[in-house]
Design a protein around this ligand. Structure first.
Ligand code: NDP
Length: 283
């Protein structure tokens, strides 16, 4: 960290970004860790993104988060990417390296894996991922890199699902298959982990993910990326079937923990991070 009296600055850029909990979580953890850092949230229009990143570099920010709609577009303004971010083609975390270069990383999938590993190992597991958007892509690549045995991508839009499946097979070197999502999906009984990585359930406690609830069995770990509300209909059904469940709050907390550590080289207290998130969301 900086040895001068100047504070290290981190940022979050997105649009719309009001209501994003990250500043609240980060500042609570800076205080808990005794770090003299600041985290600021900026509403940045797509046409202003290049100038915003140039400003971030010119002012020497330590790093920052990029959220909707900037996760892909920000790449063109950066000096490099980590392997995972390059594979995903999306960045949610930027850091200044020892040479002063601004490097793009993606901690969404790593955050999910951190949450999953508190319940089960990834190595050798058969995983079903519902969805093929940004969150699904980040999770699928990290699961592949972590040694998942087979990944089944289930998506409504075939092109998107097939593209992610091809990426997993060709570049991540994981065995992956694509199943088009038509009607109600029945989960194969040799599945170990089922993940809802769609936006179904966001802000809607009763929205149903179209799967056959009876095909979920107690041997399966069932996870949802949705963090608001944290107890989705999907997770309630899985819990009723005796499955172990993981909500999206764990993923959100863990991806922020990883960003914090990348920027400060200090491991934050994950409990403080989670408490701050729950306080912010009034849970
Ligand atoms: P995208 O828009 O990139 O992808 C959305 C996915 O949901 C697509 O696969 C889309 O299918 C699918 N989908 C949406 N509606 C339906 C439907 N009615 N039926 C079937 N499939 C549907 O979004 P993201 O991947 O960026 O985000 C997805 C969710 O993940 C969001 O709710 C976001 O809040 C959450 N998230 C949570 C994080 C966490 O830390 N907990 C981190 C990042 C995201 P199709 O391709 O056919 O359109």
């Amino acid at each position: 960290m900086s040895e001068s009296s100047l504070q290290d600055v981190m940022s979050c850029m997105g649009q719309p970004v009001a209501g994003n909990p990250t500043q609240y979580m980060m500042e609570k953890c800076f205080a808990a860790a005794g770090l003299d850092c600041r985290y600021l949230t900026f509403e940045v229009r797509p046409e202003g993104l290049g100038d915003a990143v140039r400003g971030m570099k010119a002012m020497g920010f330590r790093g920052g988060n990029f959220t909707i709609p900037h996760k892909v577009e920000v790449i063109q303004y950066l000096d490099g990417l980590t392997n995972a971010a390059e594979l995903m083609g999306a960045v949610n975390c930027v850091f200044r390296d020892a040479d002063g270069k601004y490097i793009g990383e993606n901690t969404d999938g790593k955050g999910f894996i951190g949450s999953l590993q508190q319940t089960t190992e990834v190595d050798g597991k058969n995983v079903v991922i519902l969805g093929a958007g940004g969150a699904a892509r980040a999770i699928a690549v990290e699961l592949g890199l972590a040694g998942a045995s087979e990944i089944t991508i289930v998506n409504r839009t075939a092109d998107r699902g097939q593209e992610l499946t091809d990426l997993l097979n060709d570049r991540v070197k994981t065995s992956a298959i694509f199943l088009p999502w038509t009607g109600v999906f029945e989960v194969n009984q040799n599945t170990d982990v089922v993940i809802n990585a769609t936006s179904i359930g966001l802000g809607n406690e009763t929205a149903r993910v179209p799967i056959v609830a009876e095909s979920l069995s107690p041997r399966m770990v069932v996870a949802d990326v949705i963090f608001n509300p944290p107890k989705t209909q999907f997770l309630r059904e899985a819990s009723d079937r005796g499955c172990q469940i993981l909500d999206g709050l764990g993923m959100l907390v863990n991806q922020a923990v990883i960003c914090f550590e990348i920027w400060t080289a200090v491991a934050p207290d994950a409990a403080v991070m989670r408490e701050a998130l729950e306080e912010y969301l009034e849970l």
